[in-house]
Design a protein around this ligand. Sequence first.
Ligand code: ZN
Length: 254
Amino acid sequence: MPPGLEHLVRLQAVDLRLIDLRDRLVQFPTRITEVNARVEVARGQVATAREAHVASLRDRKKYEIDVEQWKERARKYKNQSFDVKTNEAYRALQHEIQNAEGEIGRAEDRLLERMVSGEEYERQVKAAERALAETEAAATAERRELEAEQASTEKELEAAEAERAEAAAGVPEDLLQQYHHVARRHNGIGVAEIFKQSCSQCGVMIRPQVIQAMGREETQEIFHCETCTRILHLPKTFGGAASAAAGGAPNTEV
Ligand SMILES: [Zn+2]
């Protein structure tokens, strides 16, 4: 194998891991925002329930005043009816008293309705408060988990970056440049191993002469896939079948 290719294969593996680690790290703020948004929704539901309850109490107060006012009016007409001189005036007052009593009944019905629905609003406030408490507790636990996960991902990233520097140090500068050039155009994948006589990345067949040349211990040449231009790498397992046939154990290391 040409000098540096082994390190390059290792570098490629670390780079893929780095892409994944950085992707995950980028997502943490969004994940925390989602957790916070759930708490905000629950908080909004408590506020809405409380407003509805307050409005219902306000209505109740208003209907209580209505009942009192109509009762007061009815009392006034009854008192006046003792002093009237004519039948006509008496009948008119009787009519007013009946009307006021009807209004008292209706106002009392409305009040009762409000008192019943007021209890329902109170229940809704309590339910919303309970839901908020549960959401907050869950959010606190989730945030803690996310923070722990983020810290360990950052540590993994740090370790992977150190590993990358070490692998890169073993790759000659021009090979490293070729790798960067190809990887940039192919989503970070600049090295392709040969699998079933083909480029594992683009699937095109590799000429047998190339595979033969690559399989030779003394080979110093770097080969590229003719289609996708990735740097080719012949895994040790490739010759496994042959070495197994020759009595050697297949090497499963990639
Ligand atoms: Zn290819």
